[in-house]
Design a protein around this ligand. Structure first.
Ligand code: PLP
Length: 365
């Protein structure tokens, strides 16, 4: 009689782990019995979301018995106006995470190659592997995408290229001219996905505005999200800007009601409060310079970040440091989980949280 009753799943899943998210505050509170926890582990907005979102969500509660509109047309139209693109180029997803998965679902065939940085956002690799594709990981240089090496990695099996800009987990961006050249040089039959989840946090002028390039480059896909600066991470809503032909393919593989009513209404309202976005960008920039300065005083270096987090080089395993910080009520992300050993990734919090983090870190070191 057979004892192993496990029903094998597709072999593509064999080597895959389960995504390790930053620990939720509730879980740490339960386990350690601490009452004040500071979470700087998932690049969430410490200033929550715009107050206009609360009213929009409350109003939409009237209609939760009804299915949402499948393609979020009102939001797509508003995003189109906001960015000066036709609404036919806007695809709204259940977080930009979903759009990454739909793109690989629709386009990556077994053994197709997909070029990406190392380290970069881990969902690219995972989704490519689920489809039986091959992630081709090109090491970053000083935390930055090595675009020349990525071009060299392109061959006849390449189907897709990811550029994460700013890059998670290093926080760095690629320079304006370097990315423009790269976009010109990637062959047009290869999908070029530029993930701009942290777009709104960028303050340097040496940053390529990709939206105006959409018309000239039908292989270009721009990913954005409401999870980061707009503070809607729990609602799961993001969007992609791309050629309508690509959207037609994504429509075939998406779930019928992929984004919910509450999220659509919240994102629609959030777009109106650009003053909130500006305040968050400003506070974040101040937090970044505070962290860079105080970490340097502790003898720690971090990559120059244009996002709402920094990747900090630490003298021992990141897992050790993160564990010690956790016991003192500060949750950060060990770099070992992100492909960056001997680092921790720390989200920029409120000024108060940043100061608390630095003093706890000082004690831990
Ligand atoms: C957070 C993040 C996302 C995912 O955002 P959601 O819209 O919440 O799914 C995508 N890409 C990068 C690089 C991120 O850091």
């Amino acid at each position: 009689m057979q004892t192993d009753r496990r029903i094998p799943a597709r072999s593509e899943l064999d080597g895959l782990g389960v995504y390790a998210p930053g620990k939720p505050i509730e879980e740490v509170q339960r386990e350690l019995g601490l009452d004040r926890i500071i979470k700087l582990a998932s690049n969430e907005n410490p200033f929550k979301s715009s107050s206009v979102v609360y009213d929009a969500v409350a109003a939409e509660m009237e209609r939760v018995a009804l299915y949402p509109e499948s393609t979020a047309p009102a939001l797509a139209e508003k995003l189109g106006k906001h960015w000066g693109v036709e609404p036919e180029r806007v695809f709204v997803g259940n977080g930009s995470d979903e759009i990454i998965g739909l793109l690989t679902r629709a386009y990556v065939r077994p053994l197709d190659e997909v070029v990406m940085a190392d380290p970069t956002f881990s969902r690219y690799e995972t989704n490519v592997c689920i489809e039986g594709g091959k992630p081709v990981k090109v090491p970053v240089q000083d935390g930055m995408h090595d675009l020349d090496a990525m071009l060299n990695a392109i061959n006849e099996r390449t189907r897709m290229v990811f550029v994460c800009n700013p890059n998670n987990p290093t926080g760095t961006i690629v320079g304006e001219q370097a990315l423009a050249d790269f976009i010109h040089r990637v062959p047009r039959h290869i999908l070029l996905i530029v993930d701009e989840a942290y777009y709104e946090y960028v303050t340097t002028s040496d940053y390529l505005q990709t939206v105006p390039l959409l018309e000239r480059f039908p292989n270009l896909i721009i990913l954005r999200t409401f999870s980061k600066i707009y503070g809607l991470a729990a609602l799961r809503i993001g969007y992609g800007l791309m050629h309508p032909d690509i959207i037609q393919e994504l429509m075939k593989v998406k779930g019928p009601f992929n984004t919910n009513r509450i999220a659509q209404a919240a994102a629609f309202a959030a777009l109106d409060d650009q003053a909130f976005v500006d305040r968050c960008r400003q506070a974040n920039a101040e937090g970044l310079s505070y962290l860079a300065r105080t970490l340097a005083e502790l003898g720690l270096s971090c990559y120059p970040s244009q996002a709402n987090f920094v990747l900090v080089q630490v003298p021992r395993a990141g897992t050790d440091i993160a564990e010690a910080l956790l016991r003192r009520g500060v949750i950060v992300r060990p770099g070992e989980q992100l492909g960056a050993p001997r680092t921790i990734r720390v989200t920029v919090g409120s000024a108060e949280d940043n100061a608390a983090f630095v003093s706890v870190l000082r004690a831990v070191l």
